[in-house]
Design a protein. Structure first.
Lengths: 366, 341, 575
């Protein structure tokens, strides 16, 4: 059953642009799914979320929650926010400071007092915050506040739960803890969720599907593994961590002016005709070996003659910065691997399956 | 030898001497008035405190400036209570303030005389002012007028002639009076009304009158149509508004004795511009000045033959000797009790 | 009002290790405390003492005179009614201002402040021309529209209790607007968004979420408005007295007309005002006490604009039209008329009144006095306010007692009604040994005394907003006090100094009672000229002077804003 259908939603801001525009977004979310909108600031993810919430008006398209059309620009339908049956968790928690925790959680609930109280108890129990019931939000820690904000959103069992970067204001350890809690609650309650974040780790761990957004459009949407392993565009590849990029022409010749060639380049990664391609891969996919060693390989790309310009110990891995003509690359090698000195020259090896390639058109410089 | 000087010769000598002396004195007097005028022009400034009707003041000052362009008049016009308070305040703090003062309350002048703060005017025009026209020999009466009824001719068909007329229903919520604290003379006026027409004030209060700070805004309110009429209106203000095209008229009340005001004008001894003060007072007392003050229906003059001056009506004025401060306070309390319950 | 911020550490009141150091550190606050203490306390003390000179006779005279009880009741009823009026209208306007579409937002937040630019006496005059029961322009138009020919049927009568509430309420609305608008901006839209998403209708959201958030702003604002409304003078003297409705301040003023002035009795009449002011100030402190409830909870507060509404702009424009445009038009029309009349026509318009009034000696010297007094006052209260702000925020360290004392000294001119203060100042300074009657000095001293709390408050807000870091960084870089002052303090404080300057300038032109009380025949401000014209001049002349007052206020604000930065007006609501 489709819990949320976004149909050709557009948002044009006209003049001062405090939020990003949207260009004909289409998205369908099934019941029980958690779809994550992932992207950098300005990509439009928050704007899209707010359109679903009714806090921002789209300029075109329609949105359906369940079987109700909540907004349809062409037919002039607009159901106000408070009638859409939603729940939302905000980045800044937005707990009302003059009300106790219980009062905050009870706010969305209708019905008789005893029923409400019971539900509030249930909710607080869900996040192990039953002892905080009579406290004021200002006396709680960030993590506690966000948990309360979460169950406030859940309390009325809404058809759709919205998350606006809820973990961004928490420190790293807390984020990990709350991510786990969120997954657990999703498993237990099976809510349908639309989650906005700029953090790829969050997206991958929380989403049943991830939609990567850029400049008001969805560049790719799919399960986490697909987004991670098979990025559909250069932007998605880079955003999902494939920071290393090499531009090649024809049969693997590097376009960086060094005259070198990548060896072992499969046809699919090669450029066609006179065009260029961008080869992308992750730092952890780049293995380093002594220069002048093995030549072509069936399973790997070989990038010859890389100069080691820096080496940093990160704890879990050692990070190398490598330079070759105009290309800068990074490599991560595990603790056990042999250390390579700075100033040395090495070859880089990248497994075919861990590289992605995209058509590349150099930007015109005016 | 003594017998050589005949009585005739001596008498003749005395006669000659007398002629010479008076001639010299007259000449000396003429010369010293010129000196005064010259000194006045050098001072270049005269500060006038008064509670005179602004329209009359405007005519007067215009006229004065035409004759004496070198002497600027600083016109400070307030109601009597403030005038009195200010002059006495300035005296006690030794501050500079007014040169010439004109109030219609005689007690003001008497208080000033007690502290020797009035100077006799010496100009040539003053000679015509005698007796009641020059009280205490120190301050010529420059204008006088009865306070009468004013009414809006568009709104009122039958002109009021008696105080009782203002008790008619048509005047309910449409009539005005002035505050008892505006001047001690106003308190006196209300007190005499209480005696002349017992019960009138109480009945008038039920007409719900609008209260003004002086008779001038009251008259303007009549002109604007805000109120239909008022029993306490000066003729000069009515005239000024009529000249502007306002539809209102002035009526002298039909009574044996009408309340009125008389304005002496005095020179203060602590004046910064004593000569200019002399010149100014002299001008006001002169026929030109009197025409400005009283001509064309503005008021009554001590001088005869002033074009358009009001005919001399029998008026009674505020007499401070018969109206002590305690009586003032009692009247204020009585009035407040009726109008400000 | 709490403007005391307790820093973490404080020097004890004991002296430093050496006498010289101790003396030097005392000099950082003692002169200000002494001067301020004298300026604020001495006039009040000396004056109110007068009420006890003959035992309780002054009180018997005052309280026993006819109409006293009624005027006392009217005074308090008027203040309460004004507060309710201003809170409802001001909050509604602030709500609308934050919902105006982005393009019109600065317009929308400026309009509700415009009544402040029209001095109270000018506004009251305008409303007299508009709503006098018979001759008022609006009444005349309404009657002809609805065919009511009997002239005693006036739809509205401005000479009434509700007339006073309305006219002074409009200005108080601007005050409340400032506080609430800022309060709403500070909390951001997220709380309301969370409420909407949680299913609350806009109405429920407003009453359960927005209003409680505004409690500090409303408590503070309504306290201020109540104190100002208790001591108001302009509307009562122009609108109440003609209807024979007195408030305590007009009663006090009418006693000035008799000589010798019975200061004792005046002081006795003023005593209830004094007590009420102090009590309200105390309650206000107590109510705002528990600030925990209003700490904005959460991460970095991001201002998220609320959803725009088309109606918001309409309501705000309507307010601007009624509160500002109508009286100004009425004043303009009257100033061009030969005399005030209900028979409106455009054929008789003349500029004669302008020529007469503006060429008068009285007016020219009054304009000079107004400008000199205002400018000098600003030049005094800005540095003095800055000095006081340094002490209040703990940048200059003193003992807890001195801080408490300073707090009270800065609170009193707020809490004491201006009319009462005017009398106290007149009494204290007019006679020997000061003998300042008739000088510019007494006006400046009076103005400075009542304005210091305002300038201090603005500068304290600015210092708190900046935090101590800019100054600490300067010290660490090796700059001495002088260099820090020139390179850091002046530039940073420039904008808030101009905000304070604008506020003081506007308030001085709004000020009426004190100006009337400390004036003399030859030294008075323009407001005094207006009153004289009202008492014994022509209504058109009143209109001319009223226009002049508005023009002077507007020009002054423009100049000060240009000097200090355009955020001046918008930032003037800073808590």
């Amino acid at each position: 059953m489709t819990a949320l259908r976004i149909d050709r939603i557009s948002k044009d801001f006209g003049r001062p642009q405090t939020l990003a525009a949207l260009h004909e977004i289409n998205l369908a979310v099934d019941a029980g799914e958690m779809v994550v909108l992932l992207g950098p600031s300005g990509s439009g993810k928050t704007t899209l979320l707010r359109c679903v919430a009714g806090l921002t008006e789209p300029t075109g398209g329609s949105i359906q929650i369940g079987d109700r059309t909540v907004v349809d620009c062409e037919r002039g339908i607009r159901i106000p926010t408070h009638k859409r049956g939603l729940g939302m968790v905000f980045q800044n928690f937005a707990l009302w400071p003059h009300m106790t925790v219980r009062a905050n959680v009870a706010y969305p609930l209708a019905g008789r007092a005893e029923i409400r109280d019971k539900r509030v108890d249930e909710m607080l129990e869900l996040v192990h915050c039953s002892h905080l019931g009579d406290r004021l939000p200002s006396t709680l820690s960030g993590g506690q506040q966000q948990r309360i904000a979460l169950v406030r959103a859940l309390a009325s069992a809404p058809a759709l739960l919205l998350f606006d970067e809820p973990l961004s204001n928490l420190d790293a350890l807390l984020r990990i803890e709350l991510r786990a809690q969120l997954r657990q609650i999703h498993r237990v309650t099976g809510f349908t969720g639309l989650y906005v974040t700029h953090d790829q780790v969050e997206a991958l761990s929380l989403g049943s599907r991830v939609a990567v957004m850029n400049h008001g459009q969805i560049e790719q949407i799919g399960p986490p593994e697909q987004i991670y392993n098979a990025p559909a565009t250069d932007f998605v590849a880079e955003f999902m961590g494939m920071g290393n990029r090499l531009i090649v022409t024809g049969d693997g010749a590097l376009s960086d002016g060094s005259g070198r060639r990548i060896m072992g380049l499969p046809a699919r990664h090669g450029a066609t005709g006179s065009g260029q391609k961008a080869i992308r891969f992750r730092p952890e996919s780049l293995a380093l070996e002594a220069n002048g060693a093995s030549a072509a390989s069936q399973s790997h790309l070989v990038i010859p003659d890389l100069d080691v310009v820096d080496r940093a110990f990160i704890g879990e891995y050692v990070e190398y910065s490598l330079q070759s003509a105009s290309s800068s690359l990074k490599a991560r090698m595990g603790r056990g691997a042999q250390l390579i000195d700075v100033g040395g020259r090495v070859n880089g090896l990248v497994p075919h399956l861990e590289a992605a390639s995209f058509d590349y058109a150099p930007r015109q410089s005016n | 030898m003594l017998t050589t000087l005949s009585t005739k010769r001596i008498a003749k000598g005395f006669a000659v001497a007398a002629v010479l002396l008076t001639g010299t004195t007259a000449h000396a007097q003429q010369k010293s008035w010129d000196d005064v005028v010259k000194a006045a022009k050098q001072e270049g400034n005269v500060v006038l405190y008064s509670s005179l009707v602004p329209a009359a003041l405007e005519r007067l000052i215009d006229s004065f400036q035409k004759k004496y362009p070198e002497i600027k008049v600083q016109n400070v016009r307030t109601n009597d209570a403030v005038l009195v308070a200010r002059v006495q305040q300035e005296q006690s703090t030794k501050a500079a303030g007014g040169d010439v003062a004109s109030s219609n309350g005689y007690d003001f002048y008497e208080d000033q005389i007690k502290v020797n703060n009035l100077v006799k005017p010496i100009g040539p025009s003053i000679e015509k002012y005698k007796g009641d026209g020059m009280p205490w020999g120190l301050a010529p009466v420059i204008t006088a007028y009865p306070m009468g009824f004013g009414y809006n001719t568009d709104l009122v068909k039958d002109a009021p002639t008696k105080f009782e007329d203002f008790l008619k229903p048509e005047y309910k919520n449409a009539v005005g009076i002035i505050d008892v604290t505006a001047a001690s003379s106003v308190a006196f006026y209300y007190d005499s009304l209480r005696k002349q027409i017992p019960g009138w004030l109480e009945k008038f209060a039920t007409q719900n009158p609008i209260l003004h700070a002086s008779s001038i805004p009251t008259t303007q309110a009549i002109a604007s149509g805000e109120i239909k009429g008022s029993p306490f209106v000066p003729p000069g203000v009515v005239k000024a508004l009529q000249d502007q095209g306002a539809k209102l008229k002035f009526v002298i009340p039909d009574m044996p004795e009408v309340y009125g005001v008389r304005y002496p004008m005095a020179i203060l001894a602590n004046a910064k511009n004593p000569n200019a003060a002399q010149v100014f007072v002299d001008f006001v007392a002169s026929p030109d000045g009197q025409y400005a003050m009283n001509g064309d229906g503005m008021g009554m003059s001590e001088l005869d033959g002033i074009k358009g001056a009001l005919a001399k009506t029998k008026i009674f004025i505020y007499n401070n000797k018969e109206f002590s401060p305690e009586q003032i306070k009692a009247t204020v309390t009585y009035w407040n009790g009726i109008f400000k319950k | 009002m709490t403007i005391t911020v307790a820093p973490a550490e404080r020097l004890g009141s004991g002296a430093g290790p050496r006498l010289w150091q101790g003396l030097a550190s005392v000099m950082t606050w003692l002169p200000l405390i002494l001067v301020l203490g004298f300026a604020v306390l001495w006039p009040l003390f000396a004056f109110e003492l007068q009420s006890f000179v003959d035992g309780f006779k002054s009180y018997e005279d005052a309280f026993g005179s006819p109409g006293f009880v009624r005027s006392a009741l009217v005074t308090f009823a008027l203040a309460i009614a004004d507060v309710i009026f201003a809170v409802i209208l001001g909050t509604a306007l602030a709500w609308c201002a934050l919902r105006t579409p982005a393009r019109w937002r600065s317009f929308g937040s400026m309009i509700p402040l415009m009544p402040l630019l029209v001095p109270g006496v000018a506004a009251a005059s305008g409303w007299v021309f508009l709503l006098s029961p018979r001759a008022g322009y609006i009444n005349t138009i309404l009657r002809s529209l609805f065919g009511i020919t009997d002239i005693t049927q006036a739809p509205f009568n401005i000479y009434s209790f509700w007339g006073m509430v309305f006219v002074s309420g409009l200005i108080f609305t601007s005050f409340i607007f400032m506080f609430v608008h800022n309060g709403l901006r500070n909390t951001g839209g997220e709380y309301e968004e969370a409420a909407a998403v949680s299913g609350a209708s806009p109405l429920r959201s407003f009453f359960t979420i927005t209003l409680p958030q505004l409690r500090p702003a409303l408590a503070y604002g309504s306290g201020i408005v109540f104190m100002l409304a208790l001591g108001q003078f302009s509307a009562p003297v122009l609108l109440g007295v003609p209807a024979r409705i007195d408030v305590l301040t007009t009663r006090m003023f009418s006693m000035l007309e008799s000589y010798p002035v019975a200061y004792g009795e005046v002081a006795a009449i003023g005593m209830p005002l004094l007590l009420a002011g102090v009590v309200v100030a105390g309650i206000q402190r107590w109510v705002i006490g528990d600030l925990r409830r209003y700490v904005t909870v959460g991460g970095r507060a991001q201002y998220s604009p609320r959803k725009p509404s088309r109606w918001a702009l309409t309501w705000i424009s309507l307010f601007g039209f009624i509160a500002v445009a109508l009286p100004l038009v009425a004043i303009l029309y009257t100033s061009l008329s030969p005399f005030w009349t209900q028979n409106m026509s455009f054929g008789n318009l003349t500029t004669r009144n302008f020529v007469t009034v503006l060429s008068g000696q009285n007016l020219l010297s009054a304009v000079r006095t107004s400008l000199v007094a205002s400018a000098t006052t600003i030049l005094i209260v800005l540095p003095a306010g800055y000095w006081a702000a340094l002490i209040v925020t703990g940048r200059i360290q003193t003992s807890w007692w001195i801080l408490r004392l300073l707090d009270i000294l800065l609170l009193l001119p707020f809490a004491i009604p201006a009319t009462l203060y005017g009398f106290a100042l007149l009494f204290a300074y007019a006679h020997p040994p000061f003998a300042l009657y008739g000088t510019y000095t007494i006006i400046i001293v009076a103005y400075a005394t009542i304005m210091i709390p305002y300038s201090t408050r603005v500068l304290v807000s600015a210092l708190i907003a900046f935090g101590p870091e800019p100054w600490e960084a300067s010290a660490i870089c090796g700059a001495g006090p002088a260099r820090t002052f020139v390179r850091v303090s002046l530039p940073l404080m420039r904008r808030s100094a101009s905000v304070a300057g604008v506020m003081v300038f506007i308030l001085l032109f709004q000020e009426f009672a004190v100006s009337l009380l400390v004036r003399s025949a030859t030294t008075q401000v323009v407001g005094g000229v207006l009153y004289d014209q009202y008492v014994a001049g022509s209504y058109p002349a009143v209109a001319v002077v009223a226009l002049l007052l508005v023009a002077m206020t507007a020009v002054g604000v423009i100049i000060i804003t240009a000097v200090g930065g355009s955020e001046a007006i918008k930032g003037s609501g800073g808590r």
